[in-house]
Design a protein around this ligand. Structure first.
Ligand code: C5P
Length: 299
């Protein structure tokens, strides 16, 4: 018997970053929006824990115990005294580039899939707590939709979304290390008074109304300057998408993926075509939001 879970990618429509905390993490007001690009994670009983991956970016996915899907299975097995003997297969469609929470998505999906396979009876609160131990973005991958994350991003409150938003993602060559981007943020803000991060009421209102033009005016990412400082070529990608008619452009999370909000599906296709032709990115993807969180697929 196998269990398959489908799990979405995310974009951060607001990423407000506070000063570094004593534990090294940064306080955040992080507004996550799930987007309709999905990985599918299948778990099957096996002789020992093993991870495989398929898809165009499969070669870039680690298959050892650093993979969040393996760590999720181990964490749940340990908690319930179960032998973690499962084959985890990741059918990967979320770009492996950084900024779209692909690794976090696989962690949340493997956790939900193992939970269903082993019938642990864990409730959502407990699964969210295990997700938070795995990484700051993992709880949101389980929840999906849209949510405000505070703390280091793991303490979630769902946010209402009143319409469909159209996105284009430009996938960059190579990655950017998340700790390095936060480190660059610290360097760039050293000696300044970093304000307490807070969610933007205007942005939450734009999401609630499904108003793409208002959302475009309120998108923000405090890590963008740090990502651009480490990867100056991303400025050219942002410019190419804006010139092609995107309502707004920003770095997604800690990057290097860049996100472009479009007025409608036709405009999204035009922006994607122009970005592909611009030579400023490796590939492009079009997707809509919001999208549901990790979901067990019924055969
Ligand atoms: O929680 P996660 O493992 O995804 O975090 C990866 C790294 O990103 C952390 O080790 C830390 O350097 C940085 N980070 C941070 N503040 C956050 C979330 C992540 O500094 N709120």
């Amino acid at each position: 018997m196998s269990v398959t879970v489908r799990v979405p990618a995310k974009v951060n429509v607001q990423l407000a970053v506070g000063a570094a905390r004593p534990d090294g993490f940064h306080g955040l007001a992080n507004v996550f929006l799930a987007v309709g690009l999905y990985d599918e994670v299948t778990v099957t009983p096996a002789d020992a824990l093993r991870v495989t991956c398929s898809g165009p970016d499969a070669a870039q996915v680690p298959l050892d115990r650093t993979n969040l899907a393996a760590r999720a299975a181990l964490a749940l097995a340990e908690r319930y005294g179960i032998a973690p003997d499962v084959h985890i297969h990741i059918a990967k469609d979320i770009p492996v580039a950084g900024g779209m929470a692909g690794g976090s998505a696989d962690g949340a999906a493997a956790l939900l899939a193992c939970d269903a396979l082993w019938s642990t009876g864990a409730g959502q609160e407990e699964l969210l707590a295990i997700c938070a131990e795995l990484g700051s973005d993992v709880p949101f991958s389980l929840l999906g939709g849209a949510a405000l994350g505070v703390g280091r991003g793991e303490l979630l409150t769902p946010v209402e979304v009143g319409g469909t938003f159209h996105w284009v993602f430009a996938v960059a060559d190579g990655g950017l290390s998340t700790p390095a981007v936060y480190g660059e943020f610290d360097r760039l803000t050293a000696g300044t008074d970093v304000p307490e991060p807070a969610a933007s009421p205007a942005l939450l209102d734009a999401l609630r109304k499904g108003d793409a033009a208002a959302l475009a005016d309120t998108l923000s990412n405090d890590l963008q300057a740090a990502a651009l400082s480490l990867r100056p070529s991303l400025a050219g990608t942002l410019e190419a998408g804006t010139a092609a008619g995107a309502l707004a452009a920003l770095v997604s999370g800690s990057g290097p993926t860049t996100a472009f909000l479009a007025a409608d599906e036709e405009s999204a296709r035009k922006v994607a075509g122009a970005l592909a032709a611009s030579g400023t990115c490796r590939s492009t993807r079009v997707a809509v939001s919001p999208a549901p969180g990790a979901t067990v697929q019924r055969p």
